[in-house]
Design a protein. Structure first.
Length: 155
């Protein structure tokens, strides 16, 4: 068993106002619908448990479930970190969304997140596994962005 990581940082300017973007990003049902591989997000207060379908990684398959502690700063920032009360979960995500008014109108949105997954693979497989993870994360981000823009009427 070894822990593998993938990070994603990106930003975009959306034409929608901040309250519309905020409403979408804090709606767990929408987030689950927008994000590939995510089958459901269960909300219990500030804990969001993400349930994912099967993802193939170098001859093995994983179906992660992980719980995030969500810290919401209305219409400005969403911070999330793995629930420390769930050390048995093999996947964790940490990061933040930042929202700000754009000078030219609309909303500037940026995300910085890192995924850590403990998999039944040797550490020697790190370069290959992390390359696959990076590709999956990039795909998830692209589809999520496309779905968010369509929801906001910007597609």
């Amino acid at each position: 068993m070894a822990t593998f990581r993938a990070r994603d940082r990106s930003s975009a300017v959306l034409q929608s106002d901040r309250s519309e973007v905020w409403a979408a990003l804090t709606d767990a049902d929408l987030m689950a619908r927008f994000t590939p591989y995510v089958t459901a997000i269960d909300v219990d207060g500030d804990r969001w448990t993400w349930r994912m379908g099967t993802i193939p990684v170098l001859g093995t398959s994983v179906a992660p479930t992980f719980t995030e502690v969500m810290e919401l700063h209305p219409e400005e920032r969403i911070d999330f970190r793995h629930d420390p009360d769930r050390p048995h979960e093999m996947t964790a995500v940490e990061g933040s969304y930042l929202l700000a008014d754009n000078e030219g109108g609309g909303t500037e949105v940026s995300i910085d997140l890192e995924i850590a997954a403990t998999l039944p693979l040797p550490g020697l497989a790190r370069p290959a596994v992390e390359r696959v993870m990076k590709g999956v994360v990039k795909h998830m981000g692209a589809v999520f962005s496309r779905n968010l823009l369509a929801h906001l009427g910007e597609a």
